[in-house]
Each structure stands twice: as structure tokens, then as C-alpha cells.
Design a protein around this ligand. Sequence first.
Ligand SMILES: Cc1ncc(COP(=O)(O)O)c(C=O)c1O
Length: 499
Amino acid sequence: MHIEIKRYSGIPLAKQVVQTITDRIESGLLKEGDKLPSVRQLASTLQVSQVTVSKAYSQLEQRGFIECVQGRGSFVYREKSANSLNQEKINSSTAWQLETIDYLSRAQMWRQYHAGIMNGTYTFDSAIVHKKLLPSEEISKEFIRELQQAPDMLVNYAPAQGDLQFRTALAKSFKEQDPNITCDDILVINGAQQGIDLVARTFIGPGDIVYLEAPTYTGAIDIFLSRGAKVLSVPADEEGMRVDILTKMSDKFPPKLIYTNPTFHNPTGNVMSTRRRIELLELAESYHSLILEDDPFRDIYFAQSPPPTIKSLDEHGSVIYIKSFSKMLSPSFRLAALSASGTLLPRLIAAKTISDLGSSLLPQKAILAYMVSGRLNKHLKKLNHTLQARRDTALELLQQYAPAEISWTKPQGGLSIWITFPVWVNTNDLLLEAQKQQITFLPGSITYAVQPEYHHLRLSFSNIEEQDLRKGIIILCQIMKQFLAQKKTAVNCKMKCNT
Ligand SMILES: Cc1ncc(COP(=O)(O)O)c(C=O)c1O
């Protein structure tokens, strides 16, 4: 088994072994009953001490991921996660492939969640907007109209930087935040996801220090890890990333890049205060670091509009800003805008060019027509109103039915609520119970880059119809109560047995 050991990462070696094996079990690459290499074998393959591997195996056993059987070896204990339900077929003729090094062990897990494997009636797992709340029909008409008007758009590559008219409209819509922005400062990308990837490919190499919030957007973690970055997590509270802690960490490990999702943060829903935004900028300026401001939820707000973008406060060209259409219009258009100043943008345009030679023109033209006709703004007003009502329903039901031991955020925008349990609860186990009743949510552990916390979950209220939202939360609250009661009994029993 290959495990990529990062000797100078500052993360204990045993912990790295635990994390990789956990990821492989949760992602379904290792399945129930699979035999792990012996302690001696793995220690020799990884060139670490046997004590390190023993320690890792005993932690995995304590967490219920593996079972170590005297004289027989260590085996994957049970299906720890629902992802394993749809495991790849690993037959004996391809089993050797598990030895082939890949640098995306966590991404397997993300891929499976993303593929919608966790289908259920009560879909609280994905932070997207329900199809009935999106103007898909109107936009599909724009697609047809645009194509009929200019069928020649199919016969050539689109400009790598993006359609000029679309960039001009984007620049206009960004002006409220960034008065000096022009179409030349914008790059059209295939979703925010591609933006993060392009920034990482362009500016991050082995050993570079990248800071992420803890928790963070899962899809960003692997991108930086796969570049060989030293990824460090900064705790966040309701005011966003703890810049005071980041400052202390930066003394020892100066940042090359700080990735943040400051506005209606995924997964917590929190908003970084203006004060923190300014402090973060000051820190980045003092280290000549880059800030990647990932902002897909900015337009989805309920009471008042969020604080200014970090980009709009930036006078030194530290910030690369990304805004996506996935949440507000369609995740499937794969359309987002990236803006950056100085020499950063041309380098990112080059990266985009070698990556895919430019985004498809048709979605750009269709959304352009939808934007300039004023329909996008109207749609957003209506959408926000509906989502606010969904958020209110979710919060009221939690207030009424949730067990007393849990707490949750009260997001003022975005699509998700972050629920926190006592530390002895593992929401991966809770998910298995919830799925039996057709309920899905995102277990919090996959949103941590470094030291996962298992006692949170993300509940998205946006991809579900009102009546299912009501029913689903009431059922989930019952499941949570039963689950907590069972765990408490188990803990009490253990304590009695130990005395
Ligand atoms: C914070 C954050 N960034 C990026 C993305 C990916 O967005 P896109 O669909 O624009 O690639 C998501 C999707 O959930 C997200 O939550």
C-alpha cells in the first residue's frame, strides 16, 4: 500500500498513516474485510518505524475502522461510510493498481459524495439550489436563441480569457465592489473549482505554505495537497478565519497563499467581519502572500448585503477573486469569473489556456443575455426570499425538535447550516443511521484539511422542497436523539466496566 509520507509537514507520521487509511476506507478504495499490510511490511515500505505503524493501527482500531486479529493481521473492520455502498469493483486482476501512487487519496471520497451516491428523499447533503428554484427553462431558451443567431460560434475556439461582451457585463456587475475593474481584469473559468485549480497550478509548488480555514470547502483541499503544498489549517469562529492565530503561525511558516471563503462560508455559513478582512489583507501584504477569495455565495443573502469583498479592500494586488454562477443559476454551466490585478492575471490566463484553451462560448452568451436583460437580478431577489424562508423553517424546526446537546449556526446567507455535537459523536456513524431513513447530509470530517473533527455536520436547506425539508428535519432530529441516547449508554457502560 502506498501512503505518501510528508516528513517535514509538521504532522506526526502516525497521524498521516491514520488519515490516509481512513480516507481510503471512507472513499471505498479499501472495503470491509480487506487485509492491511503487516506492521513490519508497512513500516518497511514507508521507511518509518514499526512503532509508528503500530500506533497508527491501534488508533484506527480505536476509531472502529480496522480490526487487528492476533496472529491473522489487520482488516478493514466495517463499512464506515455510506460511500462504500458503491465501491468500485476491485477484482483480483486489477488489485495491483492499489499500489500505484496517486496524489488524490481524499479526492476519491469527495468524488463519491459529488457523484450524488448518497441519494435520498431528504437531501441535505449538497449545497446547491433545488431545480424548481432555478430559471433553467428561461436559460435554455437563451441557449437556443443564441445558437440560432450565431451558429458559427461552434466552429472555432472561444477566446481563452472569455467572451469580451460577457467580461464587460461581468465587470459592470463587479463595479459596486471594485469601481476600477474593467473587462481586461477578468478571466472566465469553468466554475470556481477550475479557478482554485488554476491558481494552485500557477502559484503553488512542492513545499509552499498554503493556509486554509478549518473547516473549509472540501474541494479545495486536494488541489493544494496534490501540488505538494504544505497545507496548514487555521481555526475559524463566527467572525471567520482567526487572523490572530494565522499571524502567529505565519511567524514560523510564512504563507505563500491563503485560501478563504469569507462570505457565507462553506460549510459553516459564517461571514468574515470587515475587521478580519482588513487584518487578513495586512498580513498578506506584509508577507507578500496571495489571498484566494472564493466567493460563490455572495449574492445569496437574506437580511443585509454582506461586507465588502477582500478584493475591494486590496490596494497591493494581493487578492485573486473568484465568483461563480453555480449556486445562483446552474452548477452545470460550469461558469465563473476570476479577477486579479497586475501580472497575476496574465499568468492565470496562460494557465487557463494550457488547461482547456478557453471556456465554451455558448453558456457565456446565454448567461450574458440573461444578465443584461435584468432577469438575473430579479431571479436573485426571488431566490433569496425563498431560501430565507427555507432557512427560517430549518432553524425553527431545529429549535423545536433537536436534542439539547447540539448547537448550530444561523446563517444570514448561503445554503447551509453547520451543526455541532458533543465531541464524542462521530457524524459518519450518524450518517449511516440517517441513510436508513433516506436522509443525507455532509459529515463534517471531510471538510478538515489537517486534523478532522468528527462531531459536526453540514445541513444544506437549499436542495430540497419545503414539505420534505420539514419532514426530513423532524426525522433527522429523532435520529439524532436516539443516536445520542445510545452513545451515552455505551459511554456509561464503558465507564462502569472500567471502574
Ligand atoms: C466554497 C466553494 N468554492 C467552490 C465551489 C465550486 O463551485 P463551482 O461549481 O463554481 O466550481 C463550491 C461548491 O460548492 C464551494 O462551495
